[in-house]
Design a protein around this ligand. Structure first.
Ligand SMILES: [Fe+2]
Length: 202
């Protein structure tokens, strides 16, 4: 007998199945040489404003948002998500980079915990060129009971993508899983971009 409840379940099923089929685990990438060595001080999810800094970060403000999901499509709550990237001058906040010249208004790294619905949201800058690399954002996810995921996110249409060794090592499917498509997001913040990307953990 078809009840109202079973109809509701049937209505949900196709979407859930489609998501499961399309969502392999987010591909892994190397940690790189500039994993932040210092997380003290301001290291929150807003990388554009640094406590005590005179100005906000140079570069185009970009809201990086998504959900952290398991392979089953269910949200992963309470996972620690860290991102780090070079500033608008192409310098990492790291003693091995040219720290004396870095943009003091850019936090360089940020971390937060995923919400009950798996959601995460960072306010950062559109990634810029680093010598020898195409623009990218590093990501490290530590979800309870699961292996750490280390990866990098790229920007669709960047001319440097075609020459980037790490990006080109990926299969077309893996590239797609790591691509950001920033779009104007004045409704969130004037002049800012929104880049959405779900991260899927095995
Ligand atoms: Fe990097």
């Amino acid at each position: 007998m078809i009840t109202r409840r079973s109809l509701a379940v049937l209505a949900i099923l196709p979407a859930a199945c489609a998501q499961a089929q399309n969502s392999g685990a987010t591909p892994r990438q190397t940690l790189g040489p500039f994993y932040p060595s210092d997380w003290s001080g301001d290291a929150d999810a807003d990388l554009v404003r640094v406590t005590g800094a005179a100005a906000q970060a140079q570069g185009q403000v970009t809201h990086l948002r998504g959900r952290l999901l398991g392979l089953d499509g269910l949200p992963l709550a309470g996972a620690r998500i860290e991102i780090w990237q070079c500033d608008a001058r192409g310098i990492y906040r790291h003693p091995r980079d040219r720290e004396a010249q870095r943009d003091l208004g850019f936090q360089g790294r940020g971390r937060m915990f995923s919400g009950a619905d798996g959601s995460f949201a960072f306010r950062t800058i559109r990634p810029t060129n680093y010598p020898g690399r195409t623009p990218h954002i590093h990501v490290l996810v530590s979800a309870p009971g699961r292996p750490e995921l280390v990866t990098q996110l790229y920007v669709e249409g960047e001319p440097g993508n075609a020459r980037d060794l790490l990006f080109n090592r990926l299969t077309p499917e893996a590239r797609e899983a790591l691509l950001l498509r920033p779009e104007p997001a004045d409704r969130i913040e004037t002049g800012a971009l929104l880049a959405e990307r779900d991260i899927i953990i095995a």
